[in-house]
Every structure is written in C-alpha cells, then in structure tokens.
Unconditional design. Structure first.
Length: 239
C-alpha cells in the first residue's frame, strides 16, 4: 500500500501545481458530457417518457404509468442520437489522454481534454471490444469479468502513446502489460472507494476526484510502461 500512497501523493502534487486549470478541465468535461446527455435524451424521446412517468407517479396513476412507452424516433433522430452517444464515450475516454499528459509533467490547457479526431474511431472500437469481452466474462461469473476488465485497462493509454497502433493491438499489449499486476491495480482502485462515495452524496466533489483518480491511474501506467513522470511527489499533500 506504500506504493499506492506514493502514487496518490504524486497525483495531488501534479494537481496542486496547476490547480485552477486542472479543476477547470473537470468542469469542461462535465459540461460537455451533460450537454451531450441532454441532447441524447431529447433526440431519443427519453425526456418525454421520463416526464410522463414522473407525472404518473406523482398522481398515483398506475394505469397511466403502465401506458408510458418510448416514443417512436425518426431515422434521422436515431442516427444523430447514436452519433451523440458515441461522442460521449469518446469524450470520457479522451480525458484519459489529458490525464496521461499531466502525469508526464506536461501542462495542457483545460480545453485539451477533448481528443483529436484521429483517435475517435479507435477509442470507440476499444470501448466496444472491452464491453463485449468483459460483459461475456461477467455473464460467466464476476471474477472472470473483473480479471478481463483489469487486463485491458491500459489499452487507451497505449493508443495515445502509439497513435500508429490499431485498437486490437493496443488491447493485446495492455493484456501483456497487466500480467501479474491486476491485483495491484485493483487494490489501487479500492483506495478510492470513499472518494467515490463522496461523489455519490455530494456530486460537486467530482470536480476534484475525477482528475485525482485519472492522473493517479495514468501514473500507474507510466510506471509499468517504463516512462517515469517528471514531477516528484510531495508526501505532505493533503490526502
């Protein structure tokens, strides 16, 4: 656990070095994700369906509740909705690239959280393949799913480090890189449980917790990939 403590202290040191920019990056991230979510909800008709369900519950109208169905979507709305959903995935994964640059001592601007267009397709393919493989593992039993999930955790970082590689090769390299390290990363994640619970009960805390976790995960990758971060950790940083 000493190793995990050092990584977390290092992550805090990186954040405090450029605190306002890092926190602003979180605000921009959540703003973009919220905008995309609202757009998707509107295009898919989920907003209307949710409103009808709330009205039925509010008036204890069980019959009306049963009649609520998802509205039919025009083909154009379905296509746009699918594109918006895919953009949400790309933005979330793209933030890992921003965290990786921070972990290496770079000082990207807050708006650099959005990945370059050339990464879009591979980010989606990695997400899709991981969802299929991990989902199959979870269907068999929880342990195989967790094992597979941690095996491919480094695929996105590898893609950003090696833009010439395809999605499948990035996943293969991640699996090889994580041999013998899955438990170590699992314990690393466990130490963030209280922070995650704080975000559940006090959502604004995510503005701090998101970069804290993301940079810590990126630091883990830089260590196992042989790339040492530039900034030295300050163990006096606030836990």
């Amino acid at each position: 656990m000493e190793h995990v403590r050092h990584i977390k202290a290092h992550s805090r040191a990186i954040i405090f070095k450029d605190l306002m920019n890092v926190l602003l990056s979180s605000v921009i991230l959540f703003g973009v994700l919220l905008l995309l979510e609202e757009l998707y909800m509107h295009l898919s008709g989920l907003h209307q369906m949710t409103h009808e369900l709330e009205e039925a519950v509010l008036h204890n109208d069980f019959e009306a509740f049963q009649k609520v169905t998802l509205p039919e979507m025009p083909l154009a709305s379905r296509i746009i909705g699918a594109v918006v959903y895919l953009l949400t995935i790309v933005v979330e994964l793209g933030y890992e690239g921003y965290a990786l640059r921070r972990a290496r001592g770079e000082t990207p601007k807050a708006w650099d959280i959005l990945p370059k267009a050339k990464f879009f397709l591979r980010l989606y393919v990695i997400w899709f393949l991981k969802a299929i493989i991990v989902g199959a593992g979870l269907a068999l039993f929880i342990v195989p799913g967790v094992y597979l999930f941690y095996g491919y955790r480094q695929a996105v970082y590898i893609m950003f480090d090696n833009p010439e590689l395809g999605a499948i090769e990035c996943m293969r390299r991640s699996r090889l890189m994580m041999k013998g390290r899955r438990v170590q990363l699992l314990l690393h994640d466990v130490t963030f449980i209280l922070w995650d619970l704080l975000c559940v009960f006090f959502s604004p805390a995510a503005v701090w917790v998101t970069p804290y976790k993301a940079i810590a995960h990126a630091l883990f990758y830089t260590e196992i990939s042989g790339t040492e971060p530039v900034i030295e950790a300050d163990d006096s940083a606030i836990e």
